[in-house]
Design a protein around this ligand. Structure first.
Ligand SMILES: NCc1[nH]cc(CCC(=O)O)c1CC(=O)O
Length: 319
């Protein structure tokens, strides 16, 4: 019997410049490892790419950047999808799974300043300086530490945001270090914001590849790209977020440190006005990553996180 030729493998991606850079990296890595297979990139627009005039927090987090790609996998139009892990909800649709997590870039946030402020850092920006961010997590933590700054929403892809900054609409903006590095714009990073000031988003800086839960052939290919230390850190972070029932649009931040087989997860929940913050850390065995996340979520709930979150959901509904 002659084996039928192996099917080409269809990789789903958003169309943004960052998404394409990330997807082409995955394609190249797989093509290199599995030279006899063909990997094609199929792009799709997601709701998050289309709705640009509404604050992200108001739309909520129902897989804004992932739903169309997930439908594509369930309808067998694509075989897997490459996401920025931080845009991937912690609960995936029935029939899909997180196939692998790739090696993480620096997960920190970066301050990018207007030319007028080249001599400034976050702590030396003048009172009333306008800082652009669309993330409630960044907003809440920066308000907490720097109540004298003003904050203004900013949307659009990285280039659009940088143009708005350079045009003078903002004195500074906050972006992920990872995105700037991947787009070869590391020279715009003015200050890497330390974890003591701002904890990063769950999964920030890593790619999450989602696939069909019953597709053994694809799952096996993806395993080749798994970076176990990153995966362990991100599983702890995602389990923490899932247990708190927070999407990417609530002020929840994390940090993880992996020291051999020992994982430390730090997490925080803040109110949007930056006046209330609960924070804590748990250390445990890295193989127990998910349990560490759940335990930290329960600890923060006992410290008052539930009240903060309930208040935020109410505020977002009303706005
Ligand atoms: N929410 C948009 C988004 N999703 C992933 C990144 C950057 C790359 C990453 O964090 O992996 C960004 C831009 C940003 O937050 O500045």
């Amino acid at each position: 019997m002659v084996a039928s030729p192996a099917r080409p493998i269809r990789i789903g991606s958003r169309k943004s410049q960052l998404a394409l850079v990330q997807t082409h990296w995955v394609q190249e890595q797989l093509q290199h490892r599995f030279a006899d297979r063909r990997f094609e990139v199929h792009t799709m627009s997601t709701q998050g790419d289309k709705i640009l005039d509404v604050a992200l927090a108001k739309i909520g987090d129902k897989g804004l950047f992932t739903k169309e790609l997930e439908m594509g996998m369930l309808n067998n139009e694509i075989d897997f999808a490459v996401h920025s892990l931080k845009d991937l909800p912690t609960r995936l649709p029935e029939g899909l799974m997180l196939g692998c997590v790739t090696e993480r870039e620096d997960p920190a946030d970066a301050l990018v300043v207007h030319a007028n402020h080249q001599d400034k850092q976050l702590e030396t920006l003048p009172a009333g300086a306008v800082v652009g961010t669309s993330s409630l997590r960044r907003l809440a933590q920066l308000r907490y530490h720097y109540p004298h700054l003003s904050f203004k929403d900013i949307r659009g892809n990285l280039n659009t945001r940088l143009q708005k900054l350079d045009a003078g609409e903002y004195d500074a903006i906050i972006l992920a270090v990872a995105g700037l590095k991947r787009l070869n714009m590391a020279d715009r990073i003015h200050q890497v914001i330390p974890a003591a000031v701002s904890l990063h988003a769950v999964g920030q800086g890593a790619l999450g590849i989602e696939c069909r839960a019953n597709d053994a052939e694809i799952i096996e290919l993806l395993t080749a790209l798994e970076h176990t230390p990153t995966a362990q850190r991100c599983y702890a972070e995602r389990s923490f977020l899932r247990e708190l029932e927070g999407g990417c649009q609530v002020p929840i931040g994390v940090n993880t440190v992996l020291d051999g087989d020992t994982l430390t997860l730090t997490g925080m929940v803040a109110s949007i006005d930056g006046k209330k913050m609960v924070k804590g850390s748990i250390t445990g065995a890295a193989i127990e990553a998910e349990a560490i996340g759940i335990k930290l979520a329960q600890q923060l709930r006992n410290q008052g996180a539930s009240d903060i979150l309930a208040e935020i959901f109410e505020q977002i509904q009303r706005s």
